[in-house]
Design a binder for this molecule. Structure first.
Ligand code: ATP
Length: 334
């Protein structure tokens, strides 16, 4: 395992600058997740770290060593893609072994590493099958196996679970967390999935237009977003954000409140509102309401709540959990 450091990395495609100036440290052994809207440069950053793409300026250090000009194969990294890129005519064992065979690793060592990877990934019973005879989750495990046998210092994952159905994603998410614990490797992971980011990451990097908005532990980003952008991006359902002028008496430009930090009542409360849509999820109820003079708002309540569209109610935000942002989009303290 190794630390990954980006020093003032810049990337432009022709005249189009995707990453203007990025400095980031991925601690040794961490599980670092990159999130951000489509097109913000997550995959480009991963490809720069892997060496598949050259930065226009800046340097990349892996384990303290400057690898900016190194070939991908000399960087001690391994990348797992969304499309597993398995060879259909080869067996699972041959697919896992493929990179090792190219690297001229001795046969007995190759055999030992393939067996070890198969054990870690619970693929021992499938080694003689072809990829076409496997489920999506098993195929993804083969792709990960191919990375493990190369014993990289750093694993890079580009949305590895996005082709799987919801149940398999959950299972593979747990398996990836266990894999990280057992290999103790540095992992850098790109995803669109909030749950994956929140549950897998030691550190989340929120990107916006090629820049870092905030880096931090998942719950720190959730509880204390430093910018309005992070406030609106981290969390599902999203934080309610509305102009401070709508509630008066505040020097902030924007106020934020998470859906679970609003209470409802039929008699009293701060903000009169009308229920629009009620979603019953089982353990939770999500209410979409329109607060008079403020706008649309989402409320999350524990348990099952009986409420009809059109019903009038009152909302009361928990004052301890109000987030305030200035006109520059930055968090205001107090
Ligand atoms: P998504 O979440 O949709 O996968 P992303 O955050 O991974 O997006 P990138 O794939 O890194 O974003 O792309 C960042 C920007 O760079 C996009 O605007 C994209 O069109 C542009 N881009 C990526 N690769 C190239 C290329 N080879 N040539 C020109 N532009 C590119």
């Amino acid at each position: 395992m190794a630390e990954v450091r980006l020093n003032h990395v810049e990337k432009a495609f022709g005249k189009f600058t995707v990453i203007p100036d990025m400095t980031l440290t991925v601690p040794e052994g961490s599980f670092t997740v990159l999130v951000g809207p489509s097109g913000c440069g997550k995959s480009t950053l991963l490809r720069i770290i892997s060496g598949l793409e050259m930065p226009t300026a800046g340097e990349i250090l892996i384990g303290g060593e400057d690898v900016t000009l190194e070939e991908p194969s000399n960087r001690g990294i391994s990348m797992v893609f969304q499309s597993y890129a398995l060879y259909p005519h080869m067996t699972v064992a041959q697919n896992i072994d493929f990179g090792l065979r190219l690297s001229k690793t001795p046969a007995d060592e190759r055999e030992r590493r393939v067996a070890e990877a198969a054990r870690i990934l619970a693929l021992e019973d499938y080694l003689d099958r072809k990829p076409g005879q496997l489920s999506g989750g098993q195929r993804q495990r083969v792709a990960i196996g191919r990375s493990i046998v190369r014993q990289p210092k750093v694993f890079l994952f580009d949305e590895p679970l996005s082709n799987l159905d919801a149940a398999l994603r959950t299972q593979m998410r747990v398996e990836l967390a266990q894999l990280h614990q057992s290999l103790d490797a540095t992992m850098i992971y790109v995803t669109h999935d909030q749950v994956e980011a929140m549950t897998l990451a030691d550190q989340i990097v929120v990107m916006n237009k090629g820049r870092i908005e905030q880096v931090g532990a998942p719950m720190d980003l959730y509880d204390r977003p430093e910018t309005e952008f992070v406030a609106g991006f981290i969390g599902s359902p999203k934080m309610n954000l509305f102009p401070a002028s709508a509630i008066g008496r505040d020097d902030a430009a924007t106020i934020g409140i998470r859906p679970e930090h609003i209470r409802t009542d039929h008699e009293n409360g701060d903000w009169p509102a009308t229920a629009q849509v009620v979603e019953t999820l089982g353990a939770d109820t999500i209410l979409y309401v329109t607060a008079d003079g403020i706008g649309d708002m989402t409320v999350r309540l524990p348990g099952h709540m009986r409420l009809a569209a059109g019903e009038r109610l009152f909302l009361t935000p928990d004052p301890e959990h109000l987030h305030r942002f200035g006109s520059d989009g930055r968090r205001l303290t107090s």
